[in-house]
Design a protein around this ligand. Structure first.
Ligand code: BEZ
Ligand code: MG
Length: 575
């Protein structure tokens, strides 16, 4: 069998796949330290950041992606090209090396020197390069200044603070300078035309990934929508939901998105997917018209006279009405959030406090917190946070895949406990109600070509690129006490993915134990800087083993228990 598979073609493909995976980890932009309020960012981090900013088309600055320009100048395929197999590894390395050199020259000398370098070495005219370097110049200057402390003083005095957009620096460099009064967006502008256009690719990739794995489209999906994310992207999450349902936003005479219209089944080329949306309290508050829009979209799709195998919303609504003799209003509730005035799922708190025995409690808690319906009934009467537990149970019981969009390189799955409380929480709730674990996906819309990853793949990537990466943890350890707390947070958040979704490989826990606890020198550093967090980290590993998430060898466990006891002694002042 091995011989047949090991044809040279197969081998080349395997090597290229491995190379792609290594590149993915290597090139992943990670924060290498914490932001210190009032202090400008460090120069050594700027080169990678500027390079990432320059690798996107920036129509607002009249600039084309520098990777495309260099590839074109050299007569090669751009690394941004979807079909990476066309691109030889050597060619990609050459393009990246040239751009890396240009960034260093830019930071050391100036834009003109970098432009001349690329003109000479990559045959790109300085005219084509000017827009991108002038954008980089302004970003780099603004990164060097920091008026956060001044702004804070203004705020404390009740003075005016200049407003600025809220986004990720790569998504929108106009967020600089920091220290301004972050403004949201007009909810009626969501989703923007650009967001709706790019979200089609994400929605289709998501459905294709599921179909590749299971042979059919999912009939029903659960989506998590957050407020800040939809501000940053002008509505990517919302637009993805609309695409899955197969409707487009329609603007009124005042250019406000207030309606939706069906996209024809011919244009869609696939069934309309039933979507259950769990929106955060922040989303509900900031995007009230959008909540209405999403509810309207579901109701519209349920009313379309279409075959059941091409319209899963209609199919499910009809089936439910027949089986339960209920009204349409009971069968089309899909937009859920907290009770009015309430926020969060509390799943994170329950996990962090180890206050649970059975995993299903975590999913049940999610539903208890999130089973409040929003929208308007078929008579046009507002539904504003009406408790609808049965409707949510019913909707989640059909779900085959859960999904959340990640749109920033700054905060990922293991940086905060919110991803597992939401995506993990809803997935665990589905698992009990559908009696099957859903496929769990995340999209990475940071890279130019959309990547859909399974939860397991994303946890692996995050662990390799952050928690277990010396560049990341050494960056954290420079912050002393707080840095150790960050490392411990990452381990606990990783644990959250075991508790809610059993998505963490054993080797990740083993590697965490080996890196931070069983390495004597490292343990000494952690306990010197922050014995509390060091103790919590060891306890979390022991909990992972105790709950069956980590199959560790007995001698490592024995060492962990000894270390835990000695840390306890240290904390109690006995040692
Ligand atoms: C939100 O933007 O909706 C959000 C932010 C943090 C945690 C959860 C939700
Ligand atoms: Mg396991």
């Amino acid at each position: 069998m091995a011989e047949a598979k090991l044809s040279s073609e197969y081998r080349d493909k395997r090597v290229l796949d491995l190379y792609e995976q290594l590149l993915e980890i290597e090139q992943r932009l990670i924060p290498t330290g914490l932001h210190i309020f009032g202090r400008p960012s460090q120069a050594q981090e700027q080169s990678d950041l500027l390079r990432l900013i320059a690798s996107f088309d920036r129509s607002e600055a009249g600039a084309r992606a520098i990777t495309d320009l260099v590839a074109q100048g050299l007569g090669l395929t751009s690394p941004n090209d979807k079909d990476t197999s066309k691109l030889l590894i050597d060619e990609r390395n050459r393009i990246n090396a040239l751009i890396g050199d240009a960034m260093r020259i830019f930071l050391k000398e100036d834009a003109e020197a970098a432009e001349l370098y690329l003109e000479r070495e990559a045959n790109v005219s300085t005219e084509q390069l000017k827009p991108i370097f002038s954008l980089l110049k302004s970003v780099s200057q603004q990164l060097k200044t920091n008026s956060e402390l001044d702004s804070l003083m203004h705020a404390l005095r009740g003075d005016f603070i200049e407003p600025g957009p809220g986004a990720d620096l790569v998504q929108n460099p106009a967020i600089l300078p920091t220290g301004r009064n972050t403004h949201a967006i007009n909810p009626y502008s969501v989703p923007s035309a650009a967001s709706f256009a790019r979200s089609r690719i994400v929605a289709e990739s998501l459905l294709n990934r599921f179909r590749d794995e299971r042979g059919v489209y999912p009939q029903s999906m659960a989506l998590v929508l957050w407020g800040l994310d939809n501000i940053k992207t002008q509505g990517d999450g919302v637009a993805q939901a609309l695409w899955l349902l197969g409707v487009r936003p329609v603007r009124d005479a005042l250019n406000r998105v207030t309606q939706v219209a069906p996209i024809s089944l011919e244009e869609l080329g696939r069934p309309r997917i039933d979507v259950v949306m769990t929106v955060s309290g922040i989303f509900r508050d900031l995007f009230s018209p959008t909540v209405q829009l999403l509810d309207k979209a579901v109701r519209l799709v349920a009313r379309l006279d279409e075959p059941h195998d091409l319209n899963y919303v209609r199919r499910h609504a009809r089936e439910q009405m027949q089986a339960e003799h209920c009204e349409i209003d009971d069968a089309v509730t899909r937009v859920f959030s907290n009770a009015p005035g309430n926020y969060g799922t509390n799943v994170n708190f329950m996990v962090m406090d180890s206050q649970w025995e059975r995993e299903e409690t975590l999913g049940d808690l999610f539903v208890t917190r999130k089973c409040f319906a929003y929208g308007r009934d078929s008579k046009g009467r507002p539904i504003e946070g009406r408790e609808a537990r049965a409707a949510m149970d019913r909707a989640l019981a059909r779900v085959e895949a859960t999904y959340q969009n990640i749109d920033t390189f700054e905060i990922g799955l293991t940086d905060v406990d919110h991803y597992f409380e939401y995506l993990g929480g809803v997935s665990k709730a589905v698992e009990k109600r559908a009696q099957a674990r859903p496929a769990i996906y995340l999209s990475d819309t940071l890279a130019r070509d959309v990547k859909i990853r399974s939860l397991e793949e994303t946890v692996r990537l995050e662990s390799r690129a952050k928690t277990l990466n010396p560049k990341w943890y050494e960056g954290m350890l420079k912050h002393g006490f707080r840095g150790v707390a960050e490392i411990e947070n990452h381990v606990s958040n990783t644990f959250g993915w075991s508790a809610t979704a059993d998505a963490v490989d054993d080797w990740i826990y083993s590697a965490v134990a080996n890196t931070f606890v069983l390495d004597e020198a490292m343990l000494e550093r952690l306990r010197g800087l922050n014995p509390h967090s060091a103790h919590s980290l060891v306890q979390r590993l022991l909990e992972a083993n105790g709950r069956g998430y980590w199959d560790a060898d007995e001698s490592s466990l024995e060492k962990l228990r000894d270390i835990s006891r000695s840390l306890e002694d240290q904390l109690e002042g006995v040692a």
